[in-house]
Design a protein around this ligand. Sequence first.
Ligand SMILES: [Zn+2]
Length: 324
Amino acid sequence: MGNCKKVLQAYYKGLYDIEDVKLLQMKNMQRIILIAMCIVALGALAFGVYEFKGEFSQKQKTRVAQVSVQTLVPAVSPQPQVTPTPTLTPTPTPIPLPDPAVYGPCKNIPVLMYHHIQPWTEAESKGQKSLTVKNDVFSAQMDYLVKRGYTAITPKQLHDALTGMNPVKPVLLTFDDGYADFYTYAYPELVKHGFKATMFLSTGLAEGADYLKWSQISEMHGSGLITFANHTWSHKNLGKSSLEMAKFEVDTAKTQLEEHGLGPVTAFAYPYGTEGGSLIYGVLKDAGIKVAFTTIPGSYQCAKLPYDVRRTRVGNSSLSSYGL
Ligand SMILES: [Zn+2]
């Protein structure tokens, strides 16, 4: 390579300015051959460096991909229930309103809770009648909200409302568990009406039979209308879990939602509506949760009860019968 340097210097500077006796003594043909060999050698070297860089960046990419996949695989592995069976809210019994002097200020912000939206025939064949609102009834309910001037808001907007903002006629549309019929029947209605909605996803159940696919979730998230939020990894009853298990369930769901570009995740819904006490609040707080949704009926939301948001379970009646 030392010779190549001299030869190329000579090539650029003009052969006769060079003080190398050997070079000057070479015949023209020898010099041409030497220059050609040097060009080939340098070309090969440059190509080798390029290839090496390519291989390196490919290796890096692979490693990043592996890391990314690794974070999706939970360290311990309780298998998600294939079919979580959320229990119905027991017949609503009057629940005393929280005292605004202690928990306030409090505001009337209805949060509607849905599970399945589908034709009745499908609900019958799948044994899902108790958790189903018929798709045509759902469509009429959305029409009703438009007619009455409601604005569908996000969990973040609910949090803002608890801490001072005053949205006009707000309502939250929430859906639990991540069933496939949400994509087929509810989402098109939400798009048609321009309504925002929140889907509480048990992330370990995604891609399962009768559950949403991640590709559908991404598509809906991309519309800007749907907020995907934490509903644990395996639809775990946190009221019956150890603190360690609760943390694993909440954190794994958070990680998976964020890995799919759905973060930051600031809302949570308790599977089976079971709150599990103040220690669970700590787990939620550590996971960045700002508002947590219960199945406690009511629409009176208080600033000092952000992990205790009331919801209205909606059935197949007009929304006027639920106080809207
Ligand atoms: Zn659920």
